[in-house]
Design a protein around this ligand. Structure first.
Ligand code: 6R9
Length: 650
């Protein structure tokens, strides 16, 4: 990708850390040096943030790569580290979770409460026959019981597999079967967009095809009618009547903690396996370092769903291991109105907010007035994850949500990495809008060309990780060969992340999206992210998705799907004028080679349920093919709208 365009690298705005934050930051610049001096000793010190019942004998066993063992011989209990030890240290009365239901109901759960609830669930699961090493599927809405269920599994050594509550019966079936789960924990339903949305019928349909399932444990959330069988057990009957006393047993550092499936584009979902000691070490350290968490004073809010890795590492394990007070919200950002998030920030005086570019761009589209109507002065730090964040979205976030003062940390990582890998440190790094900046202390990321050679500053290529890290995936559940083939075969001895990236002249990293999304136009590699960022930098554009469509003259041609900002007139000739202006704008910012062949103004973009743009479907539209698999789409009607716009030539 040596011929990639230079646009993102011309970003010259710099934002140094606020002096007061830097002066009191959890992590300072010397962390980079101390980790570089002795990486394993650095991680051993971070593991020391946890309570181990048995010390490890060896920090890392890398004698059989790519199969890593961290903290060999060590033993600990994850739930003990997230709960008991905080209560034992006198913090039982600290709020762990301020929970907000979508309809407006609320719960306040202290660390002592969460420990009691988790102990009850651990006892109940044991009574249902679940033992260490068994797999438990969790299919729940964003209610506190979701965190309790995960922690209870961890407490008894059962491996959880959380399946996002928006997934279909087929998706749930495949995941239960692949993991041979014994129990499913679900609810009658959850609230979404102002309505109860049923879950139990989906579980019933899935479980009918899953002979390994012995029990279905059901939380009552919505009060909807549910079909009932002998297999089913109500949570309030089995869990809420169980003893609140439970002694946690320590498990081996490499004991399987959870499986989480990533869908990829077409192939069978991969069951990413994470284990105990290394995972918790890096989840806790990164949460401490990147969010500068002060457990006594901060109110932290990660808006992800527990069904994604972000919910695992930055709602459940990292924050709770660190004794954080956090907000957890059940519903959607526009229910009952588009200011719901900002109302919640104001109400709970949230200090640290962690969300996704898709959400930021949606808020941009809704307009600046909505956040302006709320008091957001409690915020001191903003995070982003999930996709490359366009410089303009980054600036909008900092200005409109962060008052032009809060540091923005753009955090790159994956389900497979388990925890944040590349990110600014909020008290150290002078940030650049759109760049994830540097690998965290103890992490060695690099950008290589197709010969696996490290590219010089200013060059582009493939993002790789050079050294094993504590929270790395250990394998793909049941398929070691696929683990080796997918991640460790492209470049000898390096982890291949599947993302394109660039180093700028300072050596800072810019993520360019999945390598499958790079376009080849007249022999030039052009990243979708760069053209999208150029479009979003125009004041009339809120969001854009760009794909390469087969073209007889240029090989591929750039087709852009663009969502205008709320107030922009797109009717008739105004729309045509805007399109012409946008093509010119891209040509001016990136060069004529990147000028889109076609720009469509659309009301929405197809996104996965975790908010990533599905460019594969847009390529189908741009090349007039029938659509591929749409089952992971958040809202499949979006594709009808877009396809009809394409046909009418708009
Ligand atoms: C945590 C999570 C992983 C893929 C990853 C990359 C994209 C995530 C990003 C980012 C640019 C960031 N990604 N964070 N791209 N900048 N800050 O999202 O995990 O769902 O497994 O997705 O998401 O393409 O490879 P997961």
């Amino acid at each position: 990708m040596s011929e990639t365009l230079a646009n993102l690298l011309q970003e010259t705005r710099r934002f140094p850390p606020p002096a007061d934050l830097a002066a009191a930051a959890n992590v300072t610049a010397d962390a980079y040096d101390s980790a570089a001096e002795d990486r394993l000793a650095f991680w051993a010190r971070q593991a020391g943030r946890l309570d181990w019942s048995t010390e490890w004998d060896q920090i890392l066993d890398w004698s059989n790569p790519p199969f890593a063992k961290w903290f060999v011989g060590g033993k600990l209990n994850v739930a003990y580290n997230c709960l008991d030890r905080h209560v034992a240290a006198g913090h039982g009365d600290r709020v762990a979770i301020h929970w907000e239901g979508e309809p407006g109901d609320t719960r306040t759960i202290t660390y002592a409460d969460l420990l009691a609830m988790t102990s009850q669930a651990a006892n109940a699961l044991t009574d249902l026959g679940v033992t260490a090493g068994d797999r438990v599927a969790i299919y729940l809405p964003m209610i506190p019981e979701a965190a309790v269920a995960m922690l209870a599994c961890a407490r008894i050594g059962a491996t959880h597999s959380v399946v996002f509550g928006g997934f279909s019966a087929d998706a749930l079936t495949n995941r239960i079967q692949d993991a041979s789960a014994k129990v499913v924990i679900t609810a009658d339903g959850g609230f979404r967009r102002g309505k109860p949305s049923a879950l139990k019928p989906t579980v019933d349909e899935a479980v009918a095809k899953c002979p390994t399932i012995e029990r279905v444990l059901v939380v009552r959330r919505t009060g909807q009618d549910v079909a009932w069988s002998d297999r089913d057990v109500w949570w309030h009957e089995a869990v809420e009547t169980a003893s609140t006393e439970h002694t946690a047993e320590a498990f081996d550092a490499e004991h399987p903690l959870f499986i989480l499936y990533t869908s990829g584009t077409t192939a069978k979902p991969k069951g990413i396996l994470h284990t105990t000691g290394g995972y918790l070490t890096q989840a806790a350290y990164t949460h401490h370092a990147v969010f500068d968490l002060k457990p006594e004073s901060d109110v932290y809010w990660c808006t992800a769903d527990i069904g994604w890795v972000t919910g695992h590492s930055y709602i459940v394990y990292g924050p709770l291991a660190n004794g954080a007070t956090q907000l957890m919200y059940e519903g959607t950002p526009d229910t009952p109105h588009k200011g719901r998030f900002w109302e919640l920030v104001q109400k709970h005086k949230v200090t640290i907010l962690y969300t996704a570019p898709t959400l930021i761009r949606t808020m941009m589209k809704w307009g600046d007035d909505i956040p302006r109507g709320h008091d957001l002065s409690s915020l001191r730090l903003l995070g982003s994850v999930g996709e490359p964040i366009n410089p303009e979205a980054w600036i909008w976030y900092r200005e409109n949500i962060g008052r032009g003062e809060c540091p923005v940390v753009d955090t790159w990582w994956q389900t497979e990495t388990g925890a944040i890998m590349i990110s600014p440190l909020p008290g150290v790094t002078s940030t650049k809008p759109g760049s994830a900046m540097r690998p965290l202390p103890g992490i060695s990321a690099d950008v290589v060309d197709d010969q696996a050679q490290s590219v010089p500053d200013g060059g582009g290529g493939f993002l790789v990780l050079r050294e094993p890290w504590p929270s790395m995936l250990r394998t793909i559940w049941g398929d070691d060969q696929r683990f080796v083939d997918t991640y460790w075969s492209r470049f000898e001895g390096l982890y291949f992340a599947g993302d394109g990236a660039k180093k700028d002249d300072d050596g800072d990293l810019w993520l360019l999206g999945r390598v499958d999304d790079v376009m080849l136009v007249s022999g030039h590699n052009i990243s979708t992210t760069e053209v999208e960022s150029a479009l979003v930098s125009h004041p009339s554009v809120a969001e854009a998705a760009v794909v390469g469509a087969t073209d007889p003259t240029t090989g591929q041609a750039i087709v852009a799907f663009t969502i205008p900002r709320g107030s922009v007139d797109t009717e008739g000739s105004a729309g045509e004028a805007l399109i012409a202006e946008l093509r010119e704008h891209v040509s001016k910012t990136l060069g004529p080679i990147a000028k889109p062949r076609q720009i469509l103004l659309v009301p929405e973009l197809p996104k996965t349920r975790s908010g990533k743009i599905m460019r594969r479907l847009l390529r189908d539209v741009a090349e007039n093919r029938s659509l591929g698999d749409v089952t992971t789409l958040q809202d499949s009607s979006v594709m009808d709208l877009i396809s009809s716009g394409m046909r009418s030539g708009k």
